[in-house]
Design a protein. Sequence first.
Length: 57
Amino acid sequence: MQDLTPDQAPALNNPALTVACPACDSQPDALCTSHSGTRPRRHDVHRARTAALAATR
């Protein structure tokens, strides 16, 4: 995946990126993926990732 800026991928500003995503297995600081991992989700993260972040607080 190419390096994206927060302007190109607003999801990079999402605090949930600090934890791994249980839905798509993206590692911390990596965007969630869609379409079987072929494309990054640039505008949001999986709900499961947001829930995983909430569980750490």
